[in-house]
Design a binder for this molecule. Structure first.
Ligand code: MLT
Length: 407
């Protein structure tokens, strides 16, 4: 008899953004006269930078010629891209990351969801609340949690990120093995200083724990004092994996290209305390289950690092940050307290009301889609998230609608 993985039965709801999409579709079907503006899921709207498009086209042309055609590429990614990332994103900021410590992938969602499978199912996990739901759900699927009561799974240490701690969680009271951190944060848009990250790196070193650091929104940091990579913190190479993505930086949500850094100095342990290099394990997993990102996509991604590409991606992130400034300003004008939007594309808004009810209110009265904070965890109740990813005209119209509905 074929049996199911019963851990899936513990999942409390469908994937957050699928749930929201379903509600929005139902609303649109019932109200075809209403134009809906989506500030829910963080999906980019602006086209790929011209430098990426040119490289993309050229690489497609190479695929059309026998002499330049390519079949399977290296599972870990082409050297030209790994070298460009190591040079521009790490060496230029004083971080030591070798090209062969970079694993090119099709997304940080996949990487942050897949990585847990190289660790024991009984390691204790620490996950922020509120949080990008992928970290929690993939651990539920793997059987690392108990069942959920009142929205919280047993066997998870929730790292509460609230206004009281500036949305940067404190160290857990009990020891944990696998720690998820994300800065600039999704969903709160909060950032962590070097000192705050150092506390976590020191904790991980002391407890032989491992940090999974999601830096997918790093390109939105404008404050020069803020760290863009966990490897800016001394000792992080021994305790942290970092995820980065071209999705939000260069508009690749539909094109798909990202990477994970797994330093060769990173160790995990077997039940006898024996040390194992995580790099070798991730390499084994990645090369067994993944066949690499397509050559034209990797060429398009590498074009981000040309002089023109750098200017263009800066223009893109500046554009979304200006949207974020407009959104935050409009919501603050309505008397709501906000965080984020200055070094991140998300604005986390305290409404003090049931967040799904507020979602319904904005959708039905203004035709504006937000993400209800409760979808990110218990600490998200009373909040909504607005995303800055949309055209300027749509953002302006959404803010006009919200100002008239919420006044
Ligand atoms: C979000 O809206 O939180 C993101 O778009 C999710 C993602 O990047 O997968």
């Amino acid at each position: 008899m074929i049996r199911i993985n019963e851990n899936f039965s513990k999942l409390v709801a469908s994937y957050l953004f699928v749930d929201i999409a379903r509600r929005v579709t139902a609303f649109q079907q019932a109200h075809p006269e209403m134009s809906v503006i989506r500030l829910g899921i963080g999906d980019v709207t602006e086209p790929l930078p011209p430098a990426c498009i040119e490289a993309f086209h050229n690489a497609v042309d190479e695929m059309a010629q026998r002499d330049t055609f390519r079949g399977y590429g290296p599972e870990q990614g082409y050297a030209f891209l790994r070298e460009a990332i190591a040079k521009h994103d790490y060496a230029a900021r004083g971080c030591k990351v070798e090209p062969d410590e970079i694993f090119i992938s099709d997304g940080s969602k996949c990487d942050s969801g897949n990585v847990q499978e190289i660790f024991a199912t009984d390691v204790s996990i620490a996950i922020p609340d509120p949080v990008y739901p992928v970290y929690v759900d993939t651990n539920v699927m793997a059987g690392r949690t108990g069942v959920a009561t009142e929205g919280r799974y047993a066997n998870v240490t929730y790292l509460e990120s609230t206004a009281a701690n500036g949305y940067v969680p404190a160290l857990p009271a009990q020891p944990v093995d696998l720690i998820y951190l994300c800065f600039p944060n999704n969903p709160t848009g909060a950032t962590a200083t070097k000192e705050q990250l150092r506390t976590w790196v020191d904790y991980a070193r002391e407890h032989r724990a491992l940090i999974l650091f999601d830096a997918a929104y790093e390109a939105f940091i404008r404050d020069p004092e803020l760290p863009r990579s966990i490897y800016e913190i001394e000792g992080a190479r021994e305790v942290a994996i970092e995820f980065r993505s071209f999705s939000k930086t260069a508009g690749f949500t539909g094109t798909r290209c990202a990477w994970a850094v797994v330093p060769k100095s990173l160790k995990a342990f077997d039940s006898q305390g024996g040390e194992h290099p995580v790099h070798a394990m991730w390499n084994r997993r990645h090369s067994t289950k993944f066949n690499g990102v397509s050559y034209p996509v990797q060429r398009a991604a590498a074009a981000v690092y040309t002089a023109a590409g750098q200017k263009q991606v800066r223009g893109l992130t500046d554009f979304y940050l200006e949207n974020a400034r407009l959104i935050r300003g409009a919501m603050e004008n309505l008397g709501l307290t906000c965080v984020g939007g200055d070094n991140a594309p998300y604005i986390w808004i305290h409404t003090g009301r049931d967040s799904w009810e507020y979602f319904d209110l904005l959708l039905t009265k203004a035709g504006v889609v937000c993400t209800p904070g409760a979808g990110f965890g218990r600490c998200g109740e009373g909040y909504i998230r607005l995303s800055a990813f949309n055209s300027r005209s749509k953002v302006e119209e959404a803010m006009d609608r919200l100002q008239s509905v919420l006044r």
